[in-house]
Design a protein around this ligand. Structure first.
Ligand code: NAD
Length: 471
């Protein structure tokens, strides 16, 4: 079994600079540009992941008792599906895309080229430690970049194993994984990158964006926040309860797209809570601490933070904690108010507050008063209300009558908006996230329309007409 990597040496800014310099030279050599190279690297990665499947599941288990089922379904399976989807489509995505010429630049052959940015820094969180390093990396490779991954220090078993896998697969001048904590992250962020892809908290997202601004480095921020889940009086309550409990307590609530809190219509609130309590028991038994399917909190700091919410509202179920075991029971807090502490920050743990509403107007008002969420969920049988909700609120992504599952479709861009993030990835959007779309207008020499050249006398009417007919 792997040892936890507690004694990892932090990277100095000088070492970070050496890494960037080596990768820049590799990128400049042009090796990453051909389709065949990219395809081959993705193949090598896939083979290595398949070969290490058991070890990855075990590392995830050691980091926070993630059950093997969740380890496969939410990490390995998702990554292999992304690898297959991107590998299958990459050649066609890489081809310059032809667009029609405009009347003003006619005659011209116009195309969009997809250029790799160069050397990308990928900074990862701990909560889906395998997937959230691998999926951005797949995008970076597919788009022809070199990449440095900064793994999370809070999931040391997975970070060490992925470092091993990356080391087996790639020349470090092409792809390299760096382990370490905040000072390593800071040393890396001091460097000039061609592109930064960050997944983590809003607080650190601001630090990353500030560092990127120094060199005007393009940055993708996959952040968090509070994701509301609204259940109205027309919803299928039993089904809603099952889906919400699944999405909330998977990964012990340490999921960026988990429903953070419930807004339930007053008429069905009690019924919903009763059903959710029952579903928790069905899923995890009388004592979820004994369940092999319920993970632990990642560390003592997060344990303290999440436990501190348990004083708010009234405990409808759960509430039990065990610091030694980093265990917090799947908990529902009833009768929570907007001003309670649990409503002031992202929970990121197995605690689900329930608030009550009377009208959809009220829901829309409360949601749009607050920062734009990463995800939002609405359970209702009324399609008119669903439409109104979709039109009058915004979020990174949404599900109607479900939670979390929008994340699983590689054809949907995944990302936040406002404080929940900027930019998106998954599938083709990952390829685009790591590519610069270069516009090219290619001219022949045989015709040179004189309209644009001075003297302009007598040409204004013609130019107005050209704009009118489609510019
Ligand atoms: P975090 O922001 O604490 O850490 C993320 C990374 O940043 C880690 O690698 C860490 O070492 C580094 N880091 C931490 N402090 C830093 C600092 N001061 N300067 C530079 N680097 C620093 O986040 P986390 O606790 O690992 O993850 C949880 C957060 O991530 C939650 O807010 C969650 O919603 C969010 N998240 C978002 C997504 C998404 O796809 N949008 C996915 C997973 C998690």
């Amino acid at each position: 079994m792997l040892k936890a990597t507690k004694n990892i040496e932090e990277l100095s800014p000088e070492q970070a600079q050496e890494i960037v310099t080596a990768q820049r030279a590799f990128f400049k050599s042009g090796q990453t540009l051909p389709y065949r190279f990219r395809r081959q690297q993705l193949k090598v990665l896939k083979k290595a992941i398949e070969a290490h499947e058991e070890a990855i599941l075990e590392a995830l288990f050691l980091d926070f008792r993630k059950p093997h089922f969740e380890g496969y379904a939410t990490e390995i399976g998702v990554v292999l599906a992304e690898l297959d989807y991107i590998s299958k489509n990459l050649e066609s995505w890489m081809k310059p895309r032809v667009v029609s010429a405009s009347l003003l630049n006619f005659p011209s052959s116009d195309r969009i080229y997809y250029d790799p940015y160069g050397v990308s820094l990928i900074v990862a969180p701990w909560n889906f430690p395998f997937q959230l390093m691998m999926n951005p990396l797949i995008g970076a490779i597919a788009a022809g970049n070199c990449a440095v991954i900064k793994a999370s220090e809070l999931a040391p078993h997975t970070s060490a194993l992925v470092a091993e896998i990356i080391g087996e697969c790639f020349d470090p001048a092409f792809v390299r994984l760096v382990q370490g904590g905040i000072s390593t992250s800071q040393a890396l962020l001091e460097q000039r990158w061609s592109h930064i892809f960050f997944t983590g908290s809003v607080r650190v997202g601001i630090i990353v964006a500030t560092a990127a601004a120094r060199y005007l480095t393009p940055v993708i921020l996959e952040l968090g926040g509070k994701s509301p889940c609204v259940v109205d009086e027309t919803a299928d309550i039993k089904l809603a309860a099952r889906r919400i409990v699944w999405g909330k307590y998977i990964n012990a609530g340490q999921t960026c797209v988990a429903p953070d809190y419930i807004l339930a219509h007053r008429d069905i609130k009690d019924e919903l809570v009763e059903n959710m309590v029952q579903v928790i028991q069905d899923f995890y038994g009388e004592n979820p601490q004994q369940s092999p399917d319920f993970p632990r909190i990642i560390d003592g700091k997060h344990f303290e933070r999440v436990s501190s919410f348990l004083g708010d509202g009234e405990i409808a179920c759960g509430g039990k904690t065990d610091a030694e075991d980093l265990y917090i029971a799947p908990t529902i807090l009833d009768k929570v108010r907007w001003e309670d502490r649990v409503m002031q920050e992202e929970i990121f743990g197995p605690v689900l507050p329930v608030l009550t509403f009377d009208t959809l107007d009220e829901v829309i008002h409360e949601i749009t008063e607050r920062p734009k969420p990463l995800s939002m969920y609405y359970f209702s049988r009324r399609s008119q209300r669903q439409d109104r909700f979709l039109e009058e609120t915004t979020a990174g992504g949404m599900c109607i009558n479900d939670v979390v599952t929008h994340y699983a479709n590689p054809k949907l861009p995944f990302g936040g908006v406002g404080t929940s993030g900027q930019g998106a990835y998954h599938g083709k959007h990952s390829f685009l996230a790591f590519s610069h779309q270069k516009s090219v207008s290619k001219k022949g020499n045989w015709l040179d329309v004189p309209l644009r050249y001075p003297p302009y006398k007598g040409k204004l009417e013609w130019v107005k007409r050209a704009f009118k007919f489609g510019g």
